[in-house]
Write a protein that binds this ligand. Structure first.
Ligand code: BG6
Length: 516
């Protein structure tokens, strides 16, 4: 079904062009009736409109199978923004103007006629709303239909810019494949239809302010880089723990598990930002070249080594925040005998000059006691312990903790003398908190990334080689796990810090997990 448009310009834009203002364009969201569109994409685009970042004439076309009129879709999106926008209440003038550019196209993803109609409609939008032939296609469908949509975009001619002055880009949501082979196949297919610089593989962690700040922290300050290496760093812990369980996503998660859902993408990205060499410039390829080099240097864990270098877990029933919660196998959409992991811990090494011999411990899980994402860099002890008789607490190693969320900030732990006549040392923290230092709420990750894509800025998106190297690492582990099916699932109660073996695994090395 196609759709009426309006000639009216967004009155909020007049005279308010921002520095980062993209050219007029239309965004087509495939999977527009789904969860991601409501929870993340529409609230993000609405907030961009609210802060005057959207170009004039910006238009949004929702494409999905569910039958709906333009009006019904607008209403659904309004409710989504009301529920999920980071800014509240929803501004009526902004919404009224913004929603005039929202349209809906109900169709099957594999119906060529639907794409022909879409071509006509986009041309109509160019004419009536001045979108100039510039398009962003967003794949927010289940991954099973990605290839169909990509092929249809190719066949219908939508993948190619209509003129030398216009552009066409495609954003591909995660999961980008489910192993090396499928990720490679998807890259191959996408590259037959689009050029690499048209493809934006999204990893929303890269849109988080605190994740971007890792680069600023490392490369805009002179004092950290000299100690950012194996001579001073004992080990690094990367933690992404969540309190939530399946939240209605059980059927997706049961096919995925923690390693595919969190490690291959978000955690490998954190790792590469922490470990990369300074890029020669802040451009998309310079930064991504360095990140890929790190991923290439990660020592592969071979299938027969998985029991030494990884720990898997699955939660059983337990208590979180004083509330009884069901075990994984009792959640909706989960097979009653599922062996999917909801917790993973991995130890690995980055074999290059900067990091040789420094262990990286990474862990992620659902239904853990606290929601926290952080990177903790633990430094080596002072070479000589001069204060042997002081309290042992004072001999804690220095830790630099980069807190991604919540309570975003950076803290450095060091030993300080307790005032008094004797030498007693206590660990204290030097703290930077985003909230109190800047007093502004950071934009949501999707706001940053959607705007970057409209601007043609690909630094915070993953390149084809980056995705494949990360999958190569993870696929070897998956193969090893297949050869060693878990025998003790569920092996941690909801509300605990994961399976017992995860603690032993790090303690054997004489280290302990941080309690964030
Ligand atoms: C998503 C995963 O990519 O990231 C989810 O699929 C996870 O399982 C989410 O909950 C975590 O994102 P955030 O931004 O809440 O840390």
């Amino acid at each position: 079904m196609l759709l009426e448009t309006t000639r009216e310009e967004n009155p909020l834009r007049k005279g308010m062009e921002r520095e980062r203002s993209p050219e007029p364009c239309v965004m087509v969201i495939f999977g527009a009736s789904g969860d991601l569109t409501s929870r993340k994409l529409l609230p993000a685009i609405y907030n961009l409109a609210r802060e005057h970042y959207l170009p004039s004439g910006f238009s949004l076309v929702g494409f999905a199978r569910t039958s709906m009129s333009n009006e019904q879709f607008r209403q659904q999106m309004f409710e989504a923004v009301q529920e999920f926008s980071r800014t509240q209440p929803v501004s009526q003038p902004v919404w009224e103007s913004f929603s005039q550019g929202i349209f809906y196209h109900a169709a099957d993803y594999n119906d060529p006629a639907a794409y022909e109609k879409l071509v006509e409609f986009l041309i109509q939008l160019d004419r009536e709303r001045g979108t100039m032939g510039n398009r962003v296609f967003y794949l927010a469908t289940p991954p099973g239909v990605y290839s169909t949509i990509i092929q249809q975009l190719g066949i219908s001619g939508l993948a190619k810019p209509a003129s030398n002055d216009s552009w066409v880009r495609i954003i591909i949501e995660k999961p980008f494949g489910r192993d090396l082979e499928s990720a490679h196949a998807l890259n191959q297919l996408a590259s037959q239809v689009f050029t690499e610089d048209q493809i934006y593989r999204i990893d929303h962690y890269l849109g988080k302010e605190t994740v971007q700040n890792i680069l600023v922290f490392r490369f805009a300050n002179g004092i950290f880089e000299p100690i950012w290496n194996r001579r001073y760093i004992d080990h690094v812990q990367i933690t992404v723990s969540e309190t939530i369980g399946m939240e209605g996503r059980g059927s997706y998660y049961d096919e995925s598990g923690a390693i595919r859902d969190m490690v291959q993408n978000h955690m490998m990205q954190l790792l590469s930002l922490i470990c990369m060499e300074p890029p020669i410039a802040m451009g998309a390829n310079a930064v991504r070249d360095e990140k890929v080099k790190v991923l290439h240097a990660v020592r592969p864990i071979q299938p027969d080594e998985v029991l030494d270098f990884t720990v898997r877990g699955q939660y059983g029933p337990g208590v979180i925040g004083g509330k009884q919660v069901p075990g994984y196998r009792q959640e909706k959409g989960i097979k009653p005998n599922s062996t999917t992991e909801t917790y993973v811990a991995i130890k690995f090494f980055v074999d290059n000059w900067r990091w040789a011999g420094v262990p990286f411990y990474l862990r992620s899980g659902k239904r853990l006691p606290k929601r926290v994402s952080e990177v903790a860099i633990q430094f080596k002890q002072a070479p000589l312990l001069l204060f042997k008789n002081s309290r042992m607490a004072g001999l804690d190693p220095n830790v630099l903790a980069l807190r991604i969320q919540p309570d975003e900030g950076i803290s450095l732990k060091f030993g300080a003398k307790i005032p008094g006549q004797t030498i007693q040392i206590l660990p204290v923290n030097m703290d930077f908190r985003y909230g109190s230092s800047f007093g502004v709420e950071p934009p949501d990750a999707y706001e940053r990334l959607l705007l970057d894509c409209m601007l043609g800025e690909a630094t915070l998106f993953t390149r084809s080689d980056e995705v494949e190297v990360a999958w190569d690492f993870v696929t070897r582990i998956l193969k090893g796990w297949q050869q060693h099916p878990p025998e003790d699932f569920p092996n941690y109660p909801a509300g605990s810090w994961g399976p017992e073996r995860a603690s032993q695994f790090i303690e054997t090395d004489g280290r302990t997990w941080r309690r964030p």
